[in-house]
Design a protein around this ligand. Structure first.
Ligand SMILES: *Cc1c(COP(=O)(O)O)cnc(C)c1O
Length: 407
């Protein structure tokens, strides 16, 4: 490798460090339980998407182990070549049934699903309407699509309608997170569906954080809004509430057939490993048998939001298990995260480009397996951890009144 290139990379890394945007990975020992060893130190885990505690559930682990023995570790090929195994079809049928959908198609991951589905459904001349706070995999799907992208302000239905009006007569696809991954607020799905019907657009909802968390039986934000018959495509991951890895797309049979013939991330990528499929199947079974897990997750979200509010901390518009504690400056947020760690709470600092400039935050994610007292104690530690940063930024006095008690 030539020297200029290497120094160019060092320069870029230095630049990231200077802007407080440098990232490194920390090592967690053991499973994603409510408490973990982080770089060797015991901490409360408050940033995992193992929402229902199923990734480390004995039945889920056993299912994965059994599938490894029965079907092997890998699928060996793409679904379209030789990798389409009975276990894939079984999980697709169960997910379609769970989501009240005609058809379901497994993908390698949520990232691959969004990248593949958005680019397959939106062709040249079409327009994709995408919420400004949609997940990066949707943004990349838009980039891969030959269609034009119209990014509407977060949940701003006036802006979306304005865009739809400009594009009348062209193929239109509206794409939104059901539950927004970094803010925990819920998309105005009823209004989106109304606009889609008025302007003849398709709707894709990403239920990565809605499945297992919202709606009847934890079926998601779309089911919670009573819109299962009105949304064209639902994308969801197996990696969060369902405790495994992989993703699914629920839609009409004709769309599924079309995706099999056009979604490049399905066609040109190896099928999901059987143990991952079996684990998700076991997790789905547990979710359906034990709806109390979903209730406990929702309760824990409320407990954390209320505890943070009692310390005078703002929690945005979150209505879910995802609670953003916005600090603002990227470097400040990293320091707040480090102070929280010193107090035994692992809350990851989320910075641009994951979130917009000036809105860096500790993105807190509760799990059903946390206890109330763990969350209340964590809120006090977090209040103390973010206080110096918020004080420095001269937030309204109201915030500090509460924070003083948390010291
Ligand atoms: C995590 C996430 C994805 C990606 O899913 P993976 O299965 O982890 O690749 C897609 N969309 C949203 C909204 C997410 O939060």
């Amino acid at each position: 490798m030539s020297a200029p290139m290497a120094s160019d990379i060092e320069d870029r890394l230095d630049d990231l460090r200077e802007r407080g945007l440098y990232r490194r990975m920390k090592v967690v020992s053991g499973p994603q339980g409510p408490r973990v060893l982080l770089d060797g130190k015991p901490v409360l885990l408050l940033c995992s998407n193992n929402y229902l505690g199923l990734a480390d559930h004995p039945r889920v682990r056993e299912a994965a182990a059994e599938a490894a023995m029965r079907y092997g570790a890998g699928a060996g090929a793409s679904r379209l070549v030789s990798g389409n195994m009975t276990i894939h079809r079984r999980l697709e049928d169960q997910l379609a049934d769970f989501k009240h959908a005609e058809s379901c198609l497994l993908f390698g991951s949520g990232y691959l699903a969004n990248a593949g589905v958005v680019s397959a459904l939106a062709g040249e001349g079409d327009v994709v309407f995408s919420d400004a706070l949609n997940h990066a995999s949707i943004i990349d799907g838009c980039r891969l699509a030959r269609a034009e992208t119209f990014v509407y302000d977060h949940c701003d239905m006036g802006h979306l309608e304005w865009g739809l009006r400009q594009a009348e007569g062209r193929g239109a696809l509206i794409v939104t997170d059901g539950v927004f991954s970094m803010d925990g607020d819920v998309a105005p799905l009823e209004r989106i569906v109304e606009l889609a019907q008025r302007y003849d657009a398709r709707v894709l909802v990403d239920e990565a954080h809605g499945t297992g968390a919202l709606g009847p039986d934890g079926r998601g934000a779309v089911a919670a809004a009573g819109l299962e018959d009105d949304v064209d495509v639902i994308v969801g991951t197996l990696g969060k509430s369902l405790g495994s890895y992989g993703a699914y797309v629920c839609c009409e049979r004709s769309i599924a057939k079309y995706l099999i013939n056009s979604a490049r991330t399905l066609i040109f990528s190896t099928a999901l490993p059987p143990p991952a499929v079996a684990a998700a199947m076991a997790a789905l079974g547990l979710l359906r048998e034990q709806p109390r897990r979903v209730e406990k997750l929702q309760r824990n979200g409320r407990v954390l939001r209320e505890a943070l509010a009692s310390h005078g901390l703002p929690v945005g518009d979150s209505e879910t298990q995802i609670v953003p504690l916005v600090v603002g400056d990227a470097a400040d947020t990293v320091r707040a995260s480090e102070r929280a760690l010193e107090r035994g709470v692992f809350a990851q600092a989320i910075r641009p480009p994951t979130v917009p400039e000036g809105t860096s935050r500790l993105r807190l994610a509760v799990m059903a397996s946390h206890t109330r007292s763990e969350l209340r104690e964590a809120a006090a530690s977090l209040a103390a951890a973010v206080r110096p940063a918020l004080e420095r930024q001269e937030r309204p006095a109201r915030v500090f009144d509460g924070l003083r008690d948390a010291a």
